[in-house]
Design a protein around this ligand. Structure first.
Ligand code: PMP
Length: 384
């Protein structure tokens, strides 16, 4: 094993793909402290700045006091606490679905949902840029699958035309793509699904709290309530907390409770975390101002970064890729920014396709214009 491990690390090093952990010593805010130094944070998914919000902390603390720390067992044994139920009722109400189920993470939700609902005899159509957890769920399901080129509806339709004789067919897509920041054409996907008698599953991880008039995500953005069969999303991004959900018909949720192994064979989410997520959802619903500020910041930053001539792909959201192509270059630029107190992640393969390495800037509602200007000035000096 030692040879395998050292060869693997050396190989990654040579390709400029070796990754290392950095330790943040402060809370997740617009600023973070690393090695005792303050950095402006441009790489978290904490879009609304709720991860260190007093109201979420208070909700968690109150629940911690009442229900303790650990859930003690898996949900189906004795680890199903009232905090879980309250969150499930809240997210179902917020999303306007019959029911919902909380999973411990988004990764586990995707793996559990896909592998329990689909299997041999089924066909899954998956956008080429879908999140790794969707891909892992598909692999675990043992269903047949086809990847369609990113957001290419003609290619998807051609695949759908040919797919016959399957027990179930489903189109799975991220609604906001986590590394490109573009929005899936969900209106067209739903229309194709209807035409070809297909189910639709969406991952709203980066859309919840960000898109839609009330922050409910891309399903709301396109007005497709009741037209998407399986809606998954996370509490770990704009909600500022941790964990994930699946919502839809009551029957679907009951099936997941009985079949999704990543739900069944794991300890329930700590109840205090569920209480914090609930508070996050309430803030998203009540505080439209935060979302407006996020979009104001995003429009300001994207307009200027485009004017500088950077390749930002088709971003339509607070996720702003700045493509530099080579992995080494992305790392180098990230280092240059880091030296100036600007924390921007370099994203390399296998997270993104070969030759598309990038800086991934994420904008927050709590960034000030001065923060954005500091990053813009540093980028304009870099001549990518
Ligand atoms: N889906 C998407 C699109 C994501 O970006 C992520 C996390 N980066 C996940 C699922 C997994 O969510 P979690 O971090 O809660 O496991």
């Amino acid at each position: 094993m030692n040879v395998f491990v050292s060869d693997t690390l050396q190989d990654l090093e040579e390709k400029g793909l070796r990754r290392e952990l950095r330790t943040v010593e402060s809370a997740q805010g617009r600023e973070v402290v690393i090695d005792g130094k303050r950095f402006l944070n441009f790489c978290s998914n904490n879009y609304l700045g709720l991860a260190d919000d007093e109201r979420l902390k208070k909700a968690a603390a109150a629940c911690l006091e009442e229900q303790g720390l650990g859930a003690g067992a898996s949900r189906l044994v004795c680890g199903n606490l009232s905090a879980h139920r309250v969150l499930e009722e809240e997210i179902a109400r917020f999303k306007g679905t019959e029911a919902s189920l909380v999973f411990s993470t988004g990764y586990m939700a995707n793996v559990g949902i896909i592998a329990s609902l689909f299997g041999a005899g089924d066909m899954i159509f998956s956008d080429r840029l879908n999140h790794a957890s969707i891909i892992d769920g598909i692999l675990l399901s043992q269903a047949k699958w086809k990847r369609y080129p990113h957001c290419d509806m003609d290619a998807l339709e051609a695949m759908l035309q040919k797919a016959q004789g399957y027990r179930q067919k489903v189109i799975v897509t991220d609604t906001v793509f986590s590394m490109d920041g573009d929005i899936a054409p969900l209106d067209k996907i739903v229309a194709l699904a209807k035409k070809y008698d297909c189910l639709v599953m969406v991952d709203e991880a980066h859309a919840l709290g960000v898109l839609g008039e009330n922050g409910k995500g891309v399903v709301e953005y396109f007005g497709l309530q009741d037209q998407v069969d399986i809606q998954m999303g996370t509490f770990s991004k704009a909600v500022g907390s941790f964990g994930a959900y699946c919502c839809g018909r009551k029957m679907l949720i009951e099936c997941l409770v009985n079949k999704a192994r990543s739900f069944i064979y794991t300890t329930g989410l700590p109840p205090s975390i569920a209480a914090a997520s609930c508070e996050g959802i309430r803030i998203i619903e009540d505080d439209q101002q935060r979302r407006q500020q996020l979009w104001e910041n995003t429009r300001y930053f994207v307009k200027r970064v485009k004017e500088m001539g950077f390749e930002t792909l088709n971003t339509e959201t607070p996720i702003v890729p700045i493509v530099v192509k080579e992995a080494e270059l992305a790392v180098q630029f990230s280092k240059v920014l880091y030296e100036q107190g600007l924390f921007v992640a370099a994203i390399r393969p296998p997270t993104v396709p070969q030759g598309t390495s990038r800086l991934r800037v994420t904008i927050m509602a709590t960034h000030t214009q001065e923060d954005l200007d500091r990053l813009l000035a540093a980028l304009s000096a870099m001549k990518i």
